[in-house]
Structure formats: C-alpha cells, structure tokens
Design a protein around this ligand. Structure first.
Ligand SMILES: Cc1cc2nc3c(=O)[nH]c(=O)nc-3n(C[C@H](O)[C@H](O)[C@H](O)COP(=O)(O)OP(=O)(O)OC[C@H]3O[C@@H](n4cnc5c(N)ncnc54)[C@H](O)[C@@H]3O)c2cc1C
Ligand code: SF4
Length: 517
C-alpha cells in the first residue's frame, strides 16, 4: 500500500534533521525516514575504548576503494546522523570561499550564491543550534547580521595561556564557534557539563547541539510529523515522464514499503545520497536518477586533515579543549600564495582515543607511555581544502554497494600549513618544553575511511550540464526532488561543513514552504 505525504525527508543529519525542523510548523504532512535508530544512551557513550577502539557507533557498512578493496567508512547511522558524534564546531564558510580561489593544485570554483545570500541563514542556523562564539575576533570571517546567541565558550587555563601566547606572537586566535548547550553563567542549570568526552563521542546527557536534539526531538510531538526509524530508503521511482518521484521504496523490518509525497528531499549524506540516486536508475534516467549531467557522485571532497598531539613539559589538564581557532594562514601568506586552511583544536587526547585513532602507530605502545603522552599533549586539527575533482567519485556496483575513488589534492598546502604550525608552536613556547626531543610532534593523517566531512556529490549550480541541483537544491531533471545535505557543496572551503549544511537546509526549507503554500 502507498501512503501519501506532503514531504518525505530521507535522513535526519545536519541536512535532514534541520530541514524537518524548518518544515514542521508549516502544518504539512511530513514523513521522516531514517535508516538508523536512536543512538542508545549508555555509559559507553563516554567510554574512549568503546568509541575509538571498538568503534561501537560506526556503521557496519563496507565500502570499496578504487581497487575494489573493502574498507569500513566512519559513517554513523542514527537519528541525528553524523552530528551525534561530531565536534560541534559550527563555522561559517569565509566570504571568499564562495568565490573562485586559486589553489596549488587548481581552482576551487565559485558558488552560484554568495556569502551575502547565505548570511541570513547562517544567522538563523546559529540561533537554532545555539552556537557560542565571539564575532569580530577572526579577521577572515564575514559580516554577521546577528551576534552569536551565546557568549563564546571560555578557554580553560592551559588554552587561555596558549591563546595569549599566540596573540603576543602577532597571531589572531579566536574563540571557536561551539554548538553545545553550555550556560557558563549558570552551571548548576546548564544542560552541558563541560566534559572531556565530546568531540567524536555521543553526548550522554543530550547537551550537544546535534540534529536529533535540536532538529528532530522538538518536532516529534507535532501531529503532522512522523518519524520512521530503521527505515532504509533503497530506491526512488518516478512516473512515466521521469520528471516526478512517485514512490519512495523503503526496507523496514525485512519488508518492502512504498511511500509517496509531493516533495521528496534526499538528505542521506554525500555518499549515500549519491548512492540512492545512482541505484534509482530507470529507462528515463539510465545513469541514475537526475544524472543526465553525469555529475551525481562526482567531486567527492572531505578535507585534507591532520591531527597533531603537540607535547609540552607542563601537563594539559583541559577537559573541553575545542575552544580555540586560528585562520591566519587560511588564504595564504606573503611567503606562500595559496590558501593553507584552518587550525583548530580537537577533543583532548587520552590513551584509549589515541590507540583507536592510529592503531598502527600505537598498538604496541605500552599503556603507560600513551597515558603520559596524552597527559601532556595539546591536540590540534589542521584542515586544508581539497578540490572538487570529477574523478573523485562515488559509484555503485550491481549490488548497489558504494565504491569510493579518491586521490588527494592540495597536499602541498597541508604541508605548508603544517610548517607554519610548527613555527607557531615554537613562537608560543611549546617546543622548548617538549618531553620528547625538540620538534617532535606526533601527527596523524586522516585516512580515506575517515569520511566525516564528506561533501560535493550532487553540486548545485545554474547549468544543468555541469551540476545536479539548481540553486534551490532541486534536481534540474526532477520537479519534486531535492537533495539537502552536504552533497550540494560546489567546493568545501577549509572549515567544518556542518553549519553550512544546516543553514542551507533552513534556506531550502523556506523555499519548500513557499512552494507548498
Ligand atoms: C566524528 C565527527 C566529527 C565531526 N565534527 C564536526 C564539527 O566539529 N563541525 C562540523 O561542522 N562538522 C563536523 N563533522 C561533520 C558533520 O557531522 C557532517 O558534515 C554533517 O553531519 C553532514 O550532514 P549530512 O546531513 O550531509 O549527513 P549526516 O549528518 O551523515 O546525515 C545523513 C543521515 O542519513 C541517514 N541515511 C543514510 N542513508 C539513508 C537511507 N538510504 N535511508 C534513510 N536514511 C539514510 C543516515 O543514517 C544519517 O542519519 C563531524 C563528523 C564526524 C563523523
Ligand atoms: S561537553 Fe557538553 S555537549 Fe559535549 S559531551 Fe560533554 S556534556 Fe555533552
């Protein structure tokens, strides 16, 4: 039997969860389909071994690389999607990220819309996700029509010292934008307890501004909203013209179910949205649904990233470390003309997390050694833009499995950022305090399986021959089909993608509301 809705939303992450929230007050009948379940609330949420070594919350999915070799991607299928595990650093892209930028390995293309077009939606997304920050500190940021809704999360003493040392050395560190439900002025009543197990962990007390807590839970009591969990969408069917999706095929409890809606929004995450469209090929869409341009699945991006544990003699007892950022090298320097990217903090190391993050390096390390390293480490995340390259792509095989072909771009930029970072550490007095030899930094590149920042497989644009979606994120070739997650990014910038996905979902939600009125 086919059930009819006004809107079907597939996926509940930063894109889908936010879109559902945006549409809930319209009174329209909305069906939200999520392949995962609620992430269980249990002590393991905050247990480093369960999270990082056992990978308890990573999907059992297997994908395949260019050689057909299987690997387990770090994807998370829960109500809330990847945001259940994310670090909640909610950055806006820089205004110049929306324009064309010349990089070491080529061009980062201009978006069809500008920062000014996105700005009001960034503000709304920051309000909704209760972002904490301090506008005006970062010279690369764009103008804002509204201040952050919450004051910046304070630095703990070791980070405050680093912040001041950086500023003294002539840098422009800033308070990182954080989506956590922390009220520092009223700690007894604060939902967030400011713990050390945030970035990469689920939040046991539901105090992270994730898409379940902020997007989905508050709308579940509405009579016009239905959420089906453990409901994996396997195919989209169209009418005889191929211009309208008429059937959303779902696998649930071992059964095949079909749902119908005036509007269908695919928000399954960049790889899985491409997978769904490619697996929905038909006579009208022989290369995959909405894929006349042959762009579906192409231009997959996920950032060139490096995590670094910099060691100093003094201990670093910081609990919530993700409070500081630096964009001084974002667009290059006098000595290096190409953009280098963003420097920010990651969650505080502990021995188990390090073991899980880099098993090859640490498997034989004695626990004591890792504990000491973790106790003294200050943990950084360096992130450089990777380019949209047509050959970096998601394809599917005859069984519908994801194959991911990816070659890095702009590694020279990441190397230059790393060199600037090393100089920075020397300037802020960390090098001379190293417990190991001077200039020893443990650094770990993020492997292909770490696809946390995946984006770009259905880019939006004005030309149907080079893009999948129009500027409202509607498929050029299918009148009632939208893709509303990080798939739409024409380029990825060098800051975390979550807030841009949320802002865009609010923007598209406004468009869909108008369309349905
Ligand atoms: C460990 C980690 C840390 C991160 N830290 C940050 C950070 O600090 N700041 C930041 O901005 N970003 C961060 N990110 C990235 C951020 O979480 C993602 O960019 C964002 O969640 C992407 O949103 P999305 O809607 O595209 O996909 P997702 O959030 O992944 O949502 C996709 C949803 O679709 C569901 N789904 C998939 N296929 C189907 C199907 N066939 N049928 C039904 N449902 C389906 C999935 O289960 C999931 O719920 C982090 C990610 C990870 C994993
Ligand atoms: S720091 Fe706050 S939001 Fe993050 S996991 Fe801890 S309690 Fe949750």
């Amino acid at each position: 039997m086919t059930e009819n809705y006004d809107v079907i939303i597939i996926g509940t992450g930063a894109g889908g969860g936010t879109l559902a929230h945006a549409l809930a007050d319209s009174g329209k009948k909305i069906l939200v389909l999520e392949r995962g379940d609620y992430l269980p609330r249990e002590l393991d949420n905050w247990d480093a071994k369960s999270v990082f070594v056992d990978g308890k919350y990573i999907s059992k999915d297997m994908w395949f690389d260019r050689d057909g070799k299987s690997f387990q991607p770090q994807v998370h299928y829960f109500v809330g999607g990847a945001t259940k595990l994310y670090g909640a650093a909610l950055y806006r892209l820089r205004p110049r990220d929306f324009g064309e930028l010349t990089h070491a390995d080529g061009i980062s293309p201009a978006w069809p819309l500008s920062y000014d077009d996105f700005e009001p939606w960034y503000s709304k997304a920051e309000q909704l996700y209760q972002v904490h920050g301090n506008g005006g500190e970062d010279p690369t940021e764009g103008h804002r029509s509204e201040p952050y809704p919450w004051p910046a999360v304070s630095h703990e003493p070791r980070l405050q010292q680093i912040y001041e040392d950086m500023a003294k050395a002539g840098n422009h560190p800033f308070h990182a934008p954080c989506g956590i439900l922390l009220d520092e002025a009223d700690r007894p009543d604060s939902t967030c307890i400011r713990c050390a197990t945030c970035d990469g962990y689920p939040c046991l007390v539901h105090a992270k501004s994730d898409a379940e807590v902020i997007g989905i839970r508050p709308i579940l009591s509405k009579p016009n909203v239905t959420l089906l969990r453990n409901a994996e969408v396997t195919k989209l069917e169209t009418d005889s013209s191929g211009r309208t999706v008429t059937g959303v095929v779902v696998s649930r409890d071992g059964n095949r179910e079909v749902y119908q809606a005036d509007i269908v929004a695919v928000c399954a995450g960049a790889a899985n949205s491409a997978k769904l469209l490619l697996n929905s090929a038909s006579d009208h869409h022989p290369n995959g649904l909405a894929n006349g341009s042959d762009q579906v699945g192409r231009n997959y991006m996920f950032h060139n990233s490096r995590t670094i544990a910099a060691l100093s003699e003094e201990e670093n007892p910081t609990r919530f470390q993700k409070t500081l950022g630096l964009n001084d090298f974002y667009f290059g320097t006098q000595d290096y003309q190409y953009p280098m990217g963003n420097i920010q903090m990651v969650g505080k190391s502990n021995a188990e997390a390090m073991r899980g993050e880099e098993p090859h390096l640490t498997w034989f390390a004695p626990e004591f050694g890792l504990n000491e390293v973790a106790k003294h480490s200050v943990d950084w995340w360096l992130s450089t833009e990777d380019l949209p390259v047509a050959e970096n792509r998601v394809t599917t095989d005859k069984d519908g499995n994801v194959h991911l072909t990816y070659s890095h771009t702009n590694l020279d930029e990441l190397d230059h950022l790393y060199r600037e970072f090393e100089k920075l550490l020397n300037h802020i007095g960390m090098a001379q305090h190293h417990v190991l030899h001077k200039n020893y930094y443990c650094h770990m590149d993020i492997p292909l399986g770490g696809c946390a920042h995946q984006a770009g497989t259905c880019r939006f644009g004005t030309d149907p021959t080079t893009s999948v979606l129009d500027t409202n994120c509607r498929a050029h070739e299918v009148d009632n089909l939208y893709v509303v997650d990080t798939s739409f990014f024409p380029s990825i910038g060098a800051v975390n993608p979550g807030l841009t996905a949320m802002a865009n979902a609010l923007r598209v939600g406004d468009h869909i509301t108008t369309r349905l009125a």
